[in-house]
Design a protein around this ligand. Structure first.
Ligand SMILES: Cc1ncc(COP(=O)(O)O)c(C=O)c1O
Length: 388
């Protein structure tokens, strides 16, 4: 089969994920803490706006860059919430943040260009970079530093072929928030080495313990070289609507719009109306969801402490990245054991580009009662393995 596929398609091993999904399908009452899809419903006023839009005929293409009213609302939100100064013509509504990632790579990367990506990280970045002909260069982050990206680690991997650096702030899978002083140092590096910066802030509304995301495009001179990516999937529990956006300088926006048009023409019209309602309505729903995830995060971290498992303290997103090395099993084996013995499905860090098979990504996307139950079951498996 490989003979029929293009050379640039590298067959990634999905064997662990496939095996786990197959095992889960054979069992009843599996508690899934695997995927990054919120269990909470899209808030009712947003769904209602989508319903109304459909009835009113929002069933056609929109302007490729997105509905002007939505882009105006995004520009206002970026200004009010993030202190960013983008005009309506510097914003492109995309089919999820995912499409924005691919548009950024196709628009900016030449074959052989190196792109610095935090590791562990969201592996769609590697895939997009490779499909664009580029070379992803992993920048390691460590449990001892709560997986925060550091400018020093980035600089150590800059080469004459480096074209771009990506920030996932907060990060999937670790929940790490890049400290503002590191963002400032990264901005300095980008200027010094003339790098494009992709700043994925899709989880930026979901931060805890007073953490603060400093949007890199806010720093002097950075808007010109930055593509800010954001979206509605995570903060508004709208994964299935497929709507996100990118914001960039006028010098890059035309190329990005062209690529976006080639990929999907425009984001779904009905979803754009729903997204507009999300931004124009009360933001209390976001705060309520944030509090819900925060409570789950605290419960999970406390339970991991009790199990004797360590983790990078997550200050954003809705994941906990935990170290299972002291169970004596590789993380991928641990995840299979957990599913077989305890009917809890969690994915190993190897699915997030982590070559060190010690970590698991626990997503906090089940009601608290189910998380309590999952924790109890998990503790049984951990105790059986560690004897603690
Ligand atoms: C860091 C990050 N960026 C982008 C995306 C894509 O999100 P969506 O396309 O649903 O907006 C995800 C999804 O998990 C993510 O974790």
């Amino acid at each position: 089969m490989q003979g029929r596929l293009a050379d640039r398609i590298r067959q990634r091993s999905q064997s662990v994920r496939t095996r786990m999904l197959d095992l889960a399908a054979e069992r009843d009452d599996v508690i899934a803490l695997g995927r990054g899809d919120p269990d909470l419903p899209t808030p009712a006023h947003i769904v209602e706006a989508g319903r109304r839009a459909l009835a009113d005929g929002a069933t056609h293409y929109t302007h490729p860059m997105g509905l002007p009213a939505l882009r105006e609302a995004i520009a206002r939100t970026l200004a009010d919430a993030d202190g960013l100064d983008y005009s309506v013509d510097e914003i492109v509504v995309t089919t999820g943040g995912q499409e924005a990632v691919f548009a950024a790579m196709f628009a900016c990367i030449n074959p052989g260009d190196e792109v610095l990506v935090p590791s562990p990280g969201y592996t769609s970045y590697d895939q997009a970079i490779e499909l664009a002909g580029g070379i992803p260069v992993a920048v390691p982050t460590y449990e001892s530093g709560d997986f925060a990206l550091t400018a020093a680690a980035v600089e150590a991997r800059v080469s004459p072929r480096t074209r771009m650096v990506c920030l996932l702030n907060p990060s999937n899978p670790t929940g790490a928030v890049t400290p503002p002083d590191e963002v400032e140092a990264l901005a300095g590096l980008a200027a010094k080495h003339d790098l494009v910066v992709v700043s994925d802030e899709i989880y930026a509304r979901l931060v805890y313990d007073g953490a603060r995301v400093l949007p890199v495009a806010r720093l002097p001179g950075m808007k010109e070289r930055t593509i800010t990516i954001n979206g509605f999937s995570k903060a508004y529990a709208m994964t299935g609507w497929r709507v996100g956006y990118l914001a960039t300088s006028s010098s890059m926006v035309t190329a990005l719009t062209e690529v976006h048009h080639g990929l999907t023409i425009c984001a779904p019209a009905v979803s754009q109306h729903a997204a507009l309602a999300a931004l124009e309505g009360s933001q209390d729903c976001v705060e309520e969801m944030r509090r819900t995830y925060d409570e789950r995060r605290r419960v999970m971290c406390r339970a991991l402490d009790e199990m004797g498992l360590t983790y990078g303290k997550p200050r954003g997103a809705f994941y906990v990245y935990a170290n299972v090395a002291n169970t004596g099993l590789a993380a991928s084996e641990f995840c299979v054991r957990l599913l077989e013995d305890a009917r809890v499905m969690i994915f190993p860090g190897s699915l997030f580009g982590d070559h060190n098979d010690d970590f698991i990504r626990i997503s906090l996307l089940q009601p608290l009662a189910r998380i309590d139950e999952a924790v109890e079951r998990m503790a049984g498996t951990v105790t059986a393995l560690t004897g603690v």
